[in-house]
Design a binder for this molecule. Structure first.
Ligand code: XUL
Ligand code: CO
Length: 438
């Protein structure tokens, strides 16, 4: 079989002092951390769109990378991409992948033709998955790229576009189920608005929820027992997206009764764009029972757009894995690298360097998060900080038995409150530093 990346060897764990750039320094898949091998904690996934399709095109310049893999016809290009994907999964020691429908097969001139292309490639993917022992983390439909979706898909003012999106999503769910995927993502690429002057927001949101309802019901009817996810993002491409952040989506899911079928796919760079930390978004997901999956990347804090960089910030990966461990780990979800090498990092080796950087950063984050939890000082501090709710009036507040009159009586008996305890933020941050750096 043709080798597409002869310059990339099989990447192996060589330990933290390794000087070989094409080796893992922290990701040791079978090493057991907190009772589980690293590979099961992290459940890394390769993003088909960035890795096999994106060629470095940006607003100001054409592609810098060849992602045609010597294919001469559209179908041949996509077939070769599939072989190239599995070669990378093997060489990078990644167990999962994920895709949009239009990443894996070319769009035809009709929906029926596109579906036919998808069926052919899905057969090939199924065969390759068996041969290479790889799994699908999640599937999704690209309902944002094609011009028909200029005003949205589920939120389009054009009912024919809504129907087209529904049909595309139905097919993408079928392919996901066929390939044994345990997740299906809704990212509202154009589900939002540019100006309220032309927008019926209530109808758009009702329609979107209806599309999610019928899609989830259809998925269940054909045996999908995994999780549907919404991936929050505040803006880009639309000025305002309806799935703004985790809290907004939690409210939306509850309003429309979708919270039994849907969880959240939290993306680090989307958190940044919403003005939140990655940890904040993960914690909102966890405390609302919506923790599902993660798009692992990082943004550039000096830029206001979605740069989708491979994650290298250890502070962030540590606090992310701290949340994942506290959430009890992934069930159907995992860590998908929704990340791409920079436009100037255009050689095939850069794909390997990028994934190694991202996987090592999360492996190190996992190890440190485990140490933070066993260290116990952070948890102990938080427990102590809220200890006034363990007895007396505090316990009555928590058990929801304190009446407002009783609280008033208590307050009147206090005189003035002259003591409070310090939040000790700097002390806690230095604990995190000392656990990271030793
Ligand atoms: C876009 C983005 C998407 C979703 C899947 O910002 O994150 O790639 O992850 O549609
Ligand atoms: Co994403």
């Amino acid at each position: 079989m043709k080798e597409f990346f002869p310059m990339i060897p099989k990447i192996r764990y060589e330990g933290s002092s390794a000087k070989n750039g094409l080796a893992f320094r922290y990701y040791n898949p079978d090493e057991v951390i907190a009772g589980k091998p690293m590979r099961d904690h992290l459940k890394f996934a390769l993003s088909y769109w960035h890795t096999l399709c994106a060629d470095g095109t940006d607003m100001f310049g054409r592609g810098t990378m060849d992602k045609n893999f010597s294919g001469k016809t559209p179908m041949e290009i996509y077939e070769n991409r599939a072989y190239a994907a599995f070669e990378l999964l093997d060489k990078l020691n990644i167990d999962y992948f994920c895709f949009h429908d239009r990443d894996i097969a070319p769009e035809g001139s009709t929906l029926a033709e596109s579906n036919g292309n998808l069926d052919k490639i899905a057969e090939l993917l199924e065969k390759l998955m068996k041969e290479h022992g790889k799994k699908l983390l999640w599937g999704t439909a690209n309902c944002f790229n094609q011009p028909r979706y200029m005003h949205g898909a589920g939120t389009s003012p054009n009912a024919d576009v809504f129907a087209f999106a529904a049909a595309q999503i139905k097919k993408a769910i079928e392919i996901t189920v066929k390939l044994g995927g345990k997740g299906y993502v809704f990212w509202g690429g154009r589900e939002g608005y540019e100006t309220l002057l032309n927008t019926d927001m209530m109808l758009e949101q009702d329609n979107m929820a209806y599309l999610m309802r019928i899609a989830a019901d259809y998925g269940r009817s054909i045996g999908f027992d995994g999780d549907f996810y919404v991936e929050p993002k505040p803006k880009e491409p639309t000025k305002h997206q309806y799935d703004f952040d985790a809290a907004t989506v939690a409210g939306f899911l509850r309003k429309y009764g979708l919270d039994n079928d849907f969880k959240l796919n939290i993306e680090a760079n989307h958190a940044t764009l919403a003005g939140h930390t990655f940890q904040h978004e993960l914690e909102i997901a966890r405390i609302n029972g919506l923790f599902g999956s993660i798009d692992a990347n990082q943004g550039d804090l000096l830029l206001g757009w979605d740069t989708d960089q491979f994650p290298t910030n250890i502070y962030d990966t540590t606090l992310c894995m701290f949340e994942v461990l506290r959430a009890g780990g992934f069930t159907n979800g995992g860590l998908n690298f929704d990340a791409k090498a920079r436009r100037g990092s255009y050689t095939p080796e850069d794909i390997a360097y990028s994934y190694i950087a991202g996987m090592d950063s999360f492996a190190l984050g996992l190890k440190i998060a485990d140490r933070l939890i066993s260290d116990g000082r952070l948890d102990e501090f938080v427990r102590e900080r809220y200890s006034s709710y363990k007895s007396g009036i505090g316990a009555k507040i928590v058990s929801k038995t304190a009446t407002i009159e009783e609280l008033e009586k208590h307050a009147l008996s206090l005189g003035e409150i002259t003591t409070n305890t310090s939040g000790r933020q700097e002390y806690l941050e230095s604990i995190v530093n000392s656990v990271i750096f030793g």
